[in-house]
Design a protein around this ligand. Structure first.
Ligand code: NAP
Length: 304
């Protein structure tokens, strides 16, 4: 039986609608949430990503402040820009678009962002929060995946989850989040021997390697949930994920498409984190003491 599609676009739409309501509530208190985006250089893909983030802000009523610095900008200039934004009360979230030019120390830049404005969740403090299960800002892509999984109505606790990819921005935080939800998590990477012997055991398979066609049907367990984080542009211009969608959808129970699966959710969760930050700054959240990480309400497909 063909898999059901996990529709990231539809969930994003629903969440953004909910965000507009939260923005409206903030407006009654004279508060406008603000997200600052710093782009260094003119990497075309980065420009597109920043454009999408600015557009999503406008759609939800969040103010965006775009800081474009030239590729030759020094590390000190980037740090000074972050300092100004840390001190600006109109800014509730700060995002530095990666990658940065090679002369800039990425860690130094990420550590300079105020922890309570680190809406990407990449500051060491936030990463540490994730490790001990006390997240301040869940990193956007894995956070989006977590909500997509919730829409399937599947209980994650006790499931075998295999994450293919171990990057700091997707694979590792994804594994930590699902471990926190009591899944049994295996993380695979480029040096994993015989990838298929791991993936075939997955009740939930999450793939974030950046390798088109990496996951083929024989590597997937019948009835598995398959989440494809990969975004790859082929020579003919098509955008595909890391999973052979046409083949794997005949074996999986649920699958995300590319595009239209994880991608839209990443930007949506950035807005969620910005609202979360704004509500905390104005004492409008219960988790001001950063004790929990409550996801916005997600309706399971089964309820629709
Ligand atoms: P990355 O930093 O390049 O990391 C890729 C990870 O995959 C690494 O851990 C690497 O292993 C592993 N890997 C590479 N080849 C592999 C193979 N043959 N078998 C098993 N593991 C393999 O990439 P990333 O930033 O995590 O992004 C991964 C993909 O997700 C990319 O396609 C990216 O465009 C996409 N992405 C999508 C979104 C979204 O919103 N949908 C957001 C972020 C990223 P090593 O650690 O051993 O090198």
């Amino acid at each position: 039986m063909a898999a059901r599609i996990i529709d990231g676009k539809a969930l994003s739409r629903r969440l953004r609608e909910e965000f507009r309501g939260r923005v409206g509530k903030l407006a009654t208190q004279g508060v406008v949430p603000g997200l600052a985006v710093i782009l260094v250089g003119d990497n075309p893909a980065s420009r597109v990503y920043v454009g999408n983030k600015v557009k999503a802000c406008a759609e939800c009523g969040v103010a965006s402040f775009h800081h474009a610095l030239p590729a030759e900008a020094s590390e000190a200039e980037v740090l000074a820009c972050i300092d100004r934004l840390n001190a600006d009360p109109a800014v509730n979230g700060i995002l530095v678009q990666l990658p940065l030019p090679p002369h800039i120390d990425v860690r130094k830049v990420l550590e300079a962002i105020a922890v309570d404005k680190d809406v990407d969740g990449f500051h060491l403090y936030n990463v540490g929060g994730l490790v001990v299960g006390n997240t301040i800002f869940p990193p956007c892509t894995p956070y989006g995946v977590q909500l997509l999984l919730e829409t399937t109505g599947t209980e994650v606790a006790g499931k075998n989850v295999v994450v293919v990819g171990a990057s700091n921005i997707v694979g590792k935080p994804m594994a930590l989040m699902l471990l926190q939800k009591e899944a049994t998590v295996t993380v695979c990477h480029a040096k994993t021997r015989d990838l298929a012997q791991h993936t075939i055991l997955a009740d939930i398979l999450i793939v974030a390697a950046g390798k088109p066609g990496l996951i083929v049907p024989r590597m997937v367990k019948e009835g598995a949930i398959v989440i494809d984080v990969g975004i790859n542009r082929l020579a003919d211009g098509r955008i595909v994920g890391d999973v052979d969608f046409a083949g794997v959808k005949e074996k999986a129970s649920w699958i995300t498409p590319v595009p239209g699966g994880v991608g839209p959710m990443t930007v949506t969760m950035l807005i969620e984190n910005t609202l979360r930050s704004t509500e905390r700054a104005h004492h409008l959240r219960k988790d001001d003491d950063y004790q929990d990480c409550e996801a916005p309400a997600v309706k399971a497909h089964a309820d629709n």
